[in-house]
Ligand binder design. Structure first.
Ligand code: SAJ
Length: 406
């Protein structure tokens, strides 16, 4: 039996995928309400194909609990935030999950850490916890790091098709866990050591963050001298060895906007490009706010309450608001002016900010200037309804000669 610890964005789909491929799975989370929701037959977030996968897993016998199970394989998939001051990974949730596992696990159990951690975290934070209770790593307990790589918005597909990395102290243990993931994973699964697996995961997300920062910087250069950044990137990307990502109003989510900081925190004297890139991305919401002010001035518009932000989530077609550029923009705007702009997101049902709308028509009725922060499918389909509005399109999805870009 496999006990998956942490039933969030990664743990839940992983548990469901294992169960629906014939593995006996219990999913554990300390959040009782979340467990109750799952037990009552409902998923806890939206993702393409997740509900179907959930029902397959239920039919295959998956169980959910708030208790850790006595078994021999654990997959730990809990959040790893970063400390905003030191920029280092905060492994407290991983550590407390491992401590709880140690109280119930069978002799020789394998603990697989899926959570993203910086290189050396398992040595520094996890091994000492195991040794402190008198267990010998390699005999009483085995450690594996199998960082997840799936992208929100396409998780179910990527769980099935992405390549994976398994880091293990012991090759045979690594191969055993590879076989477990191979129950559903059709990609290549590489077995390596734990430190390499830790570093590769952080490097993948850092590569993407630096590439986005480069695109954001190009957008600023092009804005300064009236060049079309999208056309320039499009043509550059026709070169066989150039692949520049897209500029945007900021980088959100719990991965690209967080993981690269781990390298800055651990190697402050070496991670210069990474530090600059992260600062460039973090400055984008404020850049958008200044674009809003400039455009209002240009258009002779005075009333900020007639400006609306479309999109609250960190990216298109997901309902996740973690580190959302829109929330960051609102925060900096509130500091300056004391009252927020109007906001609407079709995927956010609950009230999270002031002046938030739940209906596109009402939102559009109350504004003259719309800022596209997130390119949800809805606005791509409904773009005709933006006619007669001033449009600042930070995602390059709205057509029309009058549309203003970043
Ligand atoms: N963004 C841009 N321009 C782009 C692409 C993205 O501004 O060209 C912005 C998005 O709008 C968003 C942020 O970056 O705010 C991050 O979005 P994303 O789609 O790039 O990535 P995540 O954070 O949803 O998922 C990433 C993925 N990592 C890589 O592609 C290397 C995913 O595969 C990882 O599993 C995930 O992080 C994770 O959990 O670490």
């Amino acid at each position: 039996m496999v006990n998956v610890i942490g039933l969030g964005y990664i743990g839940l789909p992983t548990a469901l995928m294992l169960a629906s491929h014939g593995i006996d799975v219990v999913g554990t989370d300390y959040n009782r309400n979340l467990v109750k929701t799952l037990q009552s037959g409902h998923t806890t977030f939206k993702e393409d194909g997740l509900d179907e996968l959930f029902h397959r897993a239920i039919n295959a016998g998956i169980r959910f609990s708030d208790e850790y199970q006595e078994t021999d394989i654990y997959i730990v998939s809990v959040p790893t935030p970063y400390d905003r001051f030191s920029k280092k990974v905060d492994a407290k949730y991983v550590v407390s999950a491992v401590e709880a596992v140690l109280k119930v696990c069978l002799a020789g159990a394998i603990i697989v850490i899926e959570s993203t951690v910086s290189p050396g975290t398992i040595d520094k934070s996890v091994r000492p916890v195991i040794e402190a209770v008198g267990y010998k790593i390699g005999t009483d307990i085995n450690l594996v790091h199998a960082p997840e790589r799936i992208i929100p918005g396409n998780m179910v597909y990527e769980l099935l098709h992405n390549n994976r990395t398994i880091g293990a102290d012991d090759r045979a243990v690594g191969e055993k866990i590879k076989k477990l993931y191979a129950a559903f994973c059709e990609g290549e699964i590489v077995v390596t050591d734990i430190r390499t697996a830790e570093m590769t995961k952080v490097v993948e997300n850092t590569y993407r963050a630096v590439n986005i920062a480069f695109a954001n910087e190009l957008a600023k250069i092009c804005r300064y001298d009236k060049m079309d950044v999208y056309e320039i990137i499009r043509i550059c990307n026709m070169h066989p060895r150039v692949n520049i990502l897209q500029p945007g109003p900021g980088v959100g989510g719990h991965c690209i906007s967080v993981d690269p900081w781990f390298l800055v925190g651990d190697y402050p004297h070496l991670a210069n490009v990474i530090n600059e890139a992260m600062e460039t991305n973090d400055a984008m919401p404020a850049f958008v706010l200044h674009r809003i002010y400039d455009i209002m001035k240009e258009k002779g518009m005075k009333d900020l309450s007639r400006v609306g932000l479309y999109g609250l989530t960190y990216k298109e077609n997901v309902d996740d608001m973690r580190e959302s550029p829109t929330l960051q923009l609102l925060e900096s705007q509130e500091k300056h002016l004391g009252y927020p702009l109007k906001v609407y997101d079709p995927l956010i049902i609950e009230d999270v900010v002031e002046h938030q709308y739940h209906n596109l028509d009402e939102f559009l009725e109350d504004i003259d200037f719309v800022v596209i922060m997130v390119a949800h499918d809805e606005i791509k389909k409904e773009q005709k309804r933006l006619e007669n509005k001033i449009i600042l399109d930070c995602r390059n999805v709205i057509e029309g000669a009058e549309v203003i870009h970043l």
